[in-house]
Design a protein around this ligand. Structure first.
Ligand code: CIZ
Length: 304
């Protein structure tokens, strides 16, 4: 029996014993996605967490995602196999910085991308994901200024889709910004029939070359429902596993091999096993912060 098979057997035994579910983000390692009870985007996973009867949730993703699950299900034990899996984009905004910006624009609504800490969500009026950011902004009265953060690329994309001018926070995802327009052009030359699907965290010049700009869950849907046989994918490389698994007759070409998020890859099978053994590392959000952050998430869900 291979090491992985042994680990999987032990994980499965403990998962049962602990009444646990394993949730994995679309960017996780293939072997982690394969043992998960659910694979999805951060909001989808947090919603799965809220619906599950399991007492223990092992969240395989990055820190803000596990926090979102803890916010939506405060009565469950939410664990991260490696608590060092952070998100550089989420770290680009601080509570103090946001409070200062709010004091400069006291009448503004604050719309915050899900890629942010619970503390930042608690300072926000609305949360949004990459699939509903346009809808959330459109639902806010046109004469109300909007502070949008922390991702300036998503914010710029929303500006272009809505025709509204936003007060943009200057954060960005280093992994998505490694994709260059010349990477897409070179791949397009090699695969002229391929459709180009990119994430809105990419730079504007990359977005301009895309047939589809969407979140991971919508890219997965697009790949399933579009007749094309080849796709150039501009997002974190981990998504290729699910794309290929769900569409065996289609070909997926990553726009750049540099899109390997080191934080997403910190979680592995050994750490999942240890997490189940030791019930570690617990992710907890203080009650008052969770209540305020939950309001921002709920307002988003009501609008969309
Ligand atoms: O919300 C998520 O899961 C992120 C960060 C990306 C996506 O599009 O799924």
């Amino acid at each position: 029996m291979s090491t992985n098979q042994e680990l999987i057997q032990q994980i499965n035994q403990l998962r049962k014993k602990r009444h646990a579910v394993i949730l994995a983000h679309n960017y996780q390692r293939p072997e982690v996605q394969d043992i998960a009870d659910y694979v999805g985007d951060s909001l989808g996973l947090a919603q799965q967490a809220a619906e599950t009867a399991a007492r223990v949730i092992v969240f395989c993703g990055v820190h803000f995602m596990a926090e979102t699950a803890a916010i939506l299900c405060p009565d469950r034990l939410v664990l991260m196999p490696d608590p060092n899996a952070g998100c550089p984009l989420a770290n680009m905004i601080t509570v103090r910085g946001l409070q200062k910006k709010k004091s400069e624009y006291p009448e503004a609504a604050v719309v915050t991308y899900v890629n942010s800490s619970a503390a930042i969500k608690a300072e926000s009026d609305y949360c949004c994901t990459s699939s509903n950011a346009v809808k959330v902004v459109q639902a806010i009265p046109a004469n109300r200024p909007i502070i949008f953060g922390p991702d300036k690329s998503l914010g710029r994309y929303v500006e272009r889709q809505t025709g509204r001018s936003l007060i943009l926070w200057p954060g960005y995802c280093p992994t998505h910004h490694r994709i260059l327009a010349r990477d897409i052009k070179a791949k397009k030359q090699k695969y002229p029939e391929a459709k180009v699907a990119v994430h809105p965290e990419c730079t504007e010049d990359v977005i301009n070359l895309a047939d589809k700009v969407a979140s991971t869950s919508v890219i997965l849907k697009y790949a399933r429902e579009t007749d094309a046989k080849e796709f150039i994918i501009g997002t974190e490389i981990g998504i290729l596993h699910r794309l290929q698994k769900e569409n065996p007759g289609k070909r997926f070409i990553i726009a750049s091999r540099l899109t390997d998020c080191p934080n997403m890859k910190l979680t592995n099978l050994e750490k999942i096993l240890w997490s189940l053994e030791d019930l570690a590392y617990e992710i907890k959000v203080p009650d008052e912060m969770a209540r305020r952050a939950r309001q921002a998430i709920q307002r988003m869900l009501e609008l969309t």
